[in-house]
Structures are given as C-alpha cells and as structure tokens.
Design a protein around this ligand. Sequence first.
Ligand code: ZN
Length: 214
Amino acid sequence: MHMHPNLDRDQITPQQALDILIEGNGRFINNVRRQHNMLQIRDELKDKQHPFASVLGCSDSRTTVELIFDQNLGDIFSVRLAGNIASRKAIGSLEFSTEYLGSKIIIVMGHTNCGAVKAACDDYHGGNIGEIIHLINPAVAAEKSVNDKDKRNSNNSEFVEKVCFLNVQHQIQRLLRYSQIIKKQVKEKRVGLIGAVYDLATGEVIFDKESPYL
Ligand SMILES: [Zn+2]
C-alpha cells in the first residue's frame, strides 16, 4: 500500500485491495522489495491503524505475510494459526479487522508442504495439536481423487497439495458459516473473500481467480 500513498483506504474496492497484494507479491518474487523508513512509519501509526487487507494464514515461519506481499506495518491484519484454520477465535479476529478497522479483503492462504496439512493427512491426534487437525480433517475427507488407501498420507505430495487447496476452501466455508458479520459484508460486496496458496519454492501466491466472493 506504501506504493499508493494517494489511495483512500476507505474508498478502495476489494478488487483494488487484491491487485495491490498481487503487485506486492510480484516485487517479492522478483526480489525487488522496497526499503522502508520504519521510524517515520512507526510515528504515523502510533495512534491508529487502518489495514487494507486481512490474511488468515499459517504460522509456518516461511509464510510471513508482510514479506510475501511486500507490505508495511499497518497494511495487513494478520491472523496466523497452523493450518490456516478458521477457528472461532480466528473468525472473531477477522470480524474485528473488517467491521472496525475497515479492511477490504480477506485472504485465506494455505501453502505448499504445510506441516499441519500433512499431520491431518496422517490422521494425527496428539495433544493440543489434535485440536487444530480436527478442523482440517474435513478437507482430507473431501479429497476423493486418491483411492488407494496406502497413498492417502503425507508421503504422497500430490495428495497433500490437493488437501491443502481443499482446506483453504473448507476454511472459507467455515468463515461464512460461523460469521454473520463477514457473510453479510461479502454478500454486499463491501469485503472480498478469496482463497490462495503460497508456493514456498517460487514465492508466488496463487489466488483462486474463480472465487465467487469477489
Ligand atoms: Zn503450514
């Protein structure tokens, strides 16, 4: 957003917000990220925030959203949990970002080679991690193309990536099911909602361009 200082964050459309993220990801892919004057930005933001986008992403240390989209402090409201799960608390955080901070788009972003998705593929149950896996399990069940039971596990990378994509779709449906606030905002096209998968190898965020919620 720092590349567009004259844009009014209250007036931009969900599509414009998405375009700004795509543009920033392009800089990241090409390794031409901008240097920021952090001192000045901190000063500008000390009393207020107005993020233009929200991301529900994974906690994976390689998927830091501000870096991936080449954005700055104050630009992205970031909710990160292993497996980018739309838990009730994650949904509440996202509601806060759109309803009270004016964020224009929610990106639900999975990533390749995700440990949480792999754990779900292996039907892991241990400890509190099991609470997370429980919310990913429906995506594993929704994967119907791999019929051989021996290939429905984390050793099969093709299976893992299919479940990753289905998990993004599943978490989007959870958001719409459990949040009347977000459902209304999306229906009225005041807020966009789109799925994406970040490729750890290329740095590219591949958006679901067929998303019905833009
Ligand atoms: Zn992950």
